[in-house]
Design a protein. Structure first.
Length: 105
């Protein structure tokens, strides 16, 4: 997960964790966070629960191996299977974030 709130102190910082059917854990991802997944098995299922109806026109993507983010995906980039949308995604610096953070005064 990458924080995409502009002007927030941890903007562009990322965190990762492993989800497991054995641990029965999950992630809650705020709407202002970029997120991506790497599956370790061929029979993996990822399910989403969204707070609003999916609207493709609102989707923003950032290329998964952007050097500015330097995310450790624990895979070789050439082994990644990407959708056409993800393969064509810009780097983080070229992405437009609709999220801003206003400092509380």
């Amino acid at each position: 997960m990458v924080d995409a709130h502009l002007r927030f102190w941890h903007f562009d910082h990322w965190v990762n964790h492993e989800l497991s059917k054995v641990k029965r854990n999950y992630s809650l991802i705020a709407e202002s966070f970029l997120h991506g997944f790497v599956t370790r098995t061929s029979d993996c299922t990822v399910a989403y629960k969204c707070v609003v109806t999916y609207a493709p026109a609102t989707v923003r993507s950032v290329h998964f191996d952007d050097p500015d983010l330097a995310i450790d995906w624990r895979i070789d980039a050439q082994d990644a299977a990407l959708s056409d949308n993800d393969a064509a995604a810009p780097g983080f610096a070229g992405a437009i974030s609709p999220f801003t953070y206003l400092d509380a005064k």
